[in-house]
Design a protein around this ligand. Structure first.
Ligand code: SAM
Ligand code: SF4
Length: 376
């Protein structure tokens, strides 16, 4: 195996569920002790398969990993290091919610080996935050960013575009506010309203509270310009980074580098097999108690699928992928409309080619879903 591998660990516990969120989370943390032990046992089950593979990224995602008490987090990290071989300069990311961040906890994280914190800011407008049930306000998010700063951590923030009641002006302020707070990396997600029945219903009943698709597109392009002017590179559809601060772990997903995943709902790509764990906490715990990995999916990826995945995932990155690979794939599909559409996407400035690599333009990213769904 050539590329170093990445390890994802899912920590599903949250204090409450936010209005828009469909991730696998639990607001009952009574099983947390058993779950953390189970993660270490799952790591041990996987260790023989990982063999001598070297890992250079670890991503603790959730859920709310910042809720895990520091002594339990320390035991978890020690257990993972006992099963997998991590490079000294590994990127170790922890997802955090603003209301959890204290200077003491930050220092505990650093001592435990955390190098990067991804903070769920979502917005810097109190009304937008309370509309989706966030437990922090704007001042709380800025306070958390301030507490994280200046200690050598790489700091990332998540923002959501399209929140209920959000104006283009307010979104602009959110982007400028997190930039001014000194983040190294920013993820901007378009609100996926279909993930929440309540938000979907609200949008139908009160469409005037939501930015239209065109307004969202303008706000997104403007955010890109603001970020470029402040030294950020737009390196993936939803992600911007200062030089050298791209999320190494996430880039593995878009480049099909080997990854393993531990915990409920974790996904992985390992030796050209795609596997996923069960999403139910009880089923996960029961399976680990029985000494088995709780796989809900385990299937080989054929060569054809791998090529298609390289195209669809690789085009999410601004560096794109070799145009020759896309053209050869299109040639093999026998779809009489595809070559013409491909020519139109290029002539229309949706896709562009530089030094043999094909990539979306900034405007092209806005219609990337329509293009990428033709590669299935
Ligand atoms: C796995 S969540 C965990 C983040 C962390 N627990 C928090 O709430 O701050 C990662 C990110 O996904 C984004 N997200 C979750 N649900 C979303 C949705 N329905 N639409 C758009 N973005 C969403 C949010 O920006 C969130 O910060
Ligand atoms: S957004 Fe974060 S805190 Fe809110 S429910 Fe999802 S994972 Fe939990």
């Amino acid at each position: 195996m050539t590329a170093s591998a990445g390890l994802y660990v899912h920590l599903p516990y949250c204090r409450s569920r936010c209005g828009y969120c469909a991730f696998v989370v639990s607001t009952d943390d009574s099983s947390r002790g058993e779950y953390l032990d189970a993660l270490v046992r799952e790591a041990a089950l996987l260790a023989p398969e990982a063999g001598g593979s070297r890992f250079d990224s670890l991503y603790l995602g959730g859920g709310t990993p910042s809720l895990v008490p520091s002594d339990e987090l320390g035991r978890l990290l020690a257990g993972l290091r006992g099963s997998f071989l991590f490079e000294d300069d590994s990127e170790v990311t922890l997802e955090a919610n603003p209301e959890d961040v204290t200077v003491q906890l930050r220092d505990v994280w650093i001592r435990a080996g955390i190098r990067r914190v991804s903070l769920g800011v979502q917005s810097l407008q109190d009304a937008e935050l309370s509309a989706v049930g966030r437990r922090h306000d704007a001042a709380g998010a800025l306070r958390a960013l301030d507490r994280l700063a200046g200690a050598g951590l790489s700091i990332s923030a998540d923002l959501i575009l399209g929140l209920p009641g959000q104006s283009a002006h307010a979104f602009r302020g959110n982007v400028e506010g997190v930039c001014a707070a000194g983040v190294d990396h920013l993820s901007i997600y378009l609100l996926e309203t279909e993930k929440s029945r309540a938000i979907e219903d609200d949008r139908r009943a009160h469409p005037e509270r939501y930015l239209s698709d065109d307004e969202q597109a303008d706000a997104w392009l403007e955010a890109g310009e603001t970020l470029a002017a402040r030294g950020f590179t737009h390196y993936e559809i939803s992600n911007w980074a200062r030089p050298g601060r791209e999320a190494r772990h996430n880039v593995k997903y878009w480049t099909r580098a080997p990854t393993l995943g531990l915990g409920v709902s974790a996904h992985e790509l390992w030796r050209e097999r795609r596997r996923a764990n069960v999403s139910a906490l009880s089923a996960y715990l029961m399976s680990i108690r029985d000494g088995r990995r709780p796989l809900a999916l385990d299937r080989p990826v054929s060569d054809g699928e791998a090529t298609r995945e390289r195209i669809v995932l690789g085009l999410r990155l601004s560096r794109g992928i070799p145009a020759a690979e896309v053209e050869s794939w299109i040639g093999q599909q026998g779809d009489p409309r595809l070559p013409g559409d491909y020519a139109d996407w290029r002539a229309g400035g949706v896709l562009t080619q530089e030094e043999g690599r094909l990539r979306f333009t900034e405007h092209g990213f806005l219609v990337s879903n329509e293009v990428l769904c033709r590669f299935v």
